[in-house]
Design a protein. Structure first.
Length: 224
């Protein structure tokens, strides 16, 4: 199986890193490729103040049961953010892992990155050339935008997902909280080995039981 290699947004954790995804997810990596202008070509060096006004991801999940992750970011400053972005860092703190994934510790694997969740759908219109970063464009002062992912857990156990907000793709445009801390946070999720019930309607729609939309979102932590 062919793999596509792409780079994390530089500056979100201070260094550039490489991530690997299967070709089936390659649309994310290819979104910014080709002969066009780089998405970050005109990014200016600046720091913007944001608030994470909502961050939810069900703390209890079941295998094969689709769930939603929702993060809403508000521009708390007086300048327009050029390109509001969120990077989903590797589950369990694995730096090279794909979004919603982790590294397999087995020695000798050509591709150690393994998905913990499958991304069924990312934020609409937010795909970038980076496999674990999504953007929703400019964000004017005092306005907000919501990032929504639909994902399906594939590995039982307790996992940690980390996210980080940026004001652009290059690392020059940075986002921080009003107190000066990083605009970032974590979710701790327990995935049950008991699969969610699945129902197929006459028109072919697939739903999980209980519906994931009724899952109660947990509290979230923002890294100071």
């Amino acid at each position: 199986m062919t793999v596509v290699r792409s780079r994390l947004v530089r500056g979100l954790r201070g260094t550039a890193r490489w991530t690997v995804v299967a070709a089936g997810l390659g649309a994310l990596a290819l979104a910014g490729c080709g002969g066009g202008e780089r998405q970050d070509a005109s990014e200016k060096s600046a720091t913007y103040t944001v608030n994470v006004v909502k961050a939810s991801f069900p703390s209890s999940q079941r295998l094969a049961g689709q769930v939603r992750m929702v993060i809403t970011v508000n521009n708390a400053g007086g300048n327009t953010i050029p390109n509001i972005a969120i990077t989903i860092e590797g589950a369990d703190g694995a730096a090279p892992a794909q979004a919603f994934g982790a590294d397999d510790p087995q020695v000798g694997l050509a591709d150690p990155s393994r998905p913990i969740w499958i991304v069924d759908r990312g934020p609409y219109g937010g795909d970038t050339a980076y496999v674990n970063t999504w953007t929703l464009g400019t964000l004017r002062p005092h306005q907000e935008k919501t990032f929504t992912w639909f994902v399906t857990p594939t590995v039982a156990g307790t996992h940690t997902v980390r996210y980080r907000v940026a004001a652009g793709l290059n690392g020059k445009a940075k986002a921080q909280l009003a107190g000066g801390g990083a605009a970032a946070g974590t979710f701790t999720v327990a995935v049950s080995a008991k699969p969610a019930g699945v129902k197929v309607s006459p028109n072919g729609d697939v739903t999980s039981s209980p519906p994931s939309s009724k899952a109660t979102p947990p509290g979230y932590s923002v890294t100071p």
